[in-house]
Design a protein around this ligand. Structure first.
Ligand SMILES: Nc1ncnc2c1ncn2[C@@H]1O[C@H](COP(=O)(O)OP(=O)(O)OP(=O)(O)O)[C@@H](O)[C@H]1O
Length: 278
């Protein structure tokens, strides 16, 4: 049996206060969280606003420091082993969309008049064939001038740049929000193929379930920083073992809970540790 590509073991996390330490007496935002994700998995991370999805993805992406034993990505600690992200093996795509900082990660200032071509071709060590495919999949027009591109056009360029190196683990934090329906569908198709062809792993946090009916291989539901459910889609189908309509209703209900229910701290007594068995 292969080792999981993403292994979270009994993770607890509290955001530090202004002195760099967790505020005294504060209870952890993420608590006793365990999860294993394997290569080839397309994992949909769902939960209501403030549930902890972004925090978890950022921890996985090495943006918050945690005990290296709590979180391993490809057997390594993303925070401590920066080569994991610089090599492109681990890719985090997310972040609030802000015109001025959107490309800060690539160290390309947007104040100047720069073209999509310059942005994309500025990423070095890239397979030209993959680059061409991504430009096509994302419908990027290389002549776009980034300082006057729309939010969706900028997102397309940002995603294109992020995916130029063939990732092994991709963390997507609702990155498709600015994309139109067709661009999103094409991107999801491409990402699915990446998992199937290259055994890559994707963890995708989203509130938009349109077009995702057959996309994920697993569903992970988080509430109040605790893992409530981690289940392969196959199992969801088995459990329902019903007509397609009833199964869809079951899924809708599952997702509705993930989306709409705003749990109180007191009401979040779900299981705290889960393993995604496939
Ligand atoms: N830098 C921070 N410092 C302190 N608390 C934070 C910080 N960032 C987020 N939080 C808190 O952590 C909790 C979880 O936030 P997080 O962004 O992980 O949720 P989420 O599930 O991604 O929500 P959404 O669906 O709204 O994006 C929230 O209560 C939020 O206020």
């Amino acid at each position: 049996m292969r080792d999981p590509t993403v292994q979270i073991s009994n993770l607890s996390f509290t955001y530090p206060g202004i002195d760099g330490h967790p505020p005294p007496g504060s209870s952890p935002l993420i608590a006793n969280f365990s999860l294993a994700v394997n290569s080839g998995d397309r994992c949909l991370l769902v939960g209501s606003n403030g549930a902890g999805k972004t925090t978890i993805l950022k921890i996985l992406g090495g943006k918050h420091m945690v005990d290296p034993h709590m979180v391993r990505v490809l057997g390594r600690s993303a925070f401590h082993d920066t080569a994991l992200t610089s090599s492109g093996d681990l890719c985090y795509l997310g972040g609030e969309w802000r015109r001025d900082v959107a490309f800060a990660g690539f160290e390309v200032p947007l104040q100047m008049d720069v073209s999509a071509e310059k942005m994309i071709f500025g990423v070095l060590g890239v397979d030209p064939q993959r680059r061409d495919e991504l430009i096509k999949v994302l419908g990027v027009d290389l002549s776009w001038r980034m300082h006057r591109a729309s939010d969706g056009q900028r997102r397309r360029v940002q995603i294109c740049m992020g995916l130029l190196k063939p990732f092994k683990v991709l963390l997507l934090d609702e990155i498709t929000i600015d994309l139109d329906v067709l661009a999103r569908a094409d991107l999801l198709k491409f990402l699915r193929k990446e998992c199937e062809d290259r055994d890559a792993t994707i963890v995708y946090a989203t509130h938009i379930f349109d077009g995702l009916e057959n996309w994920p291989s697993h569903i992970v539901y988080v509430a109040n920083g605790k893992l409530q459910l981690a289940m392969p889609m196959e199992k969801v189908k088995e459990i329902s073992n019903m007509s397609l309509m009833v199964r869809n209703m079951f899924l809708i209900e599952l997702l509705r809970v993930g989306l709409g229910k705003r749990e109180t701290k007191r009401g979040s007594e779900g299981k705290s540790e889960r393993q995604m068995d496939s």
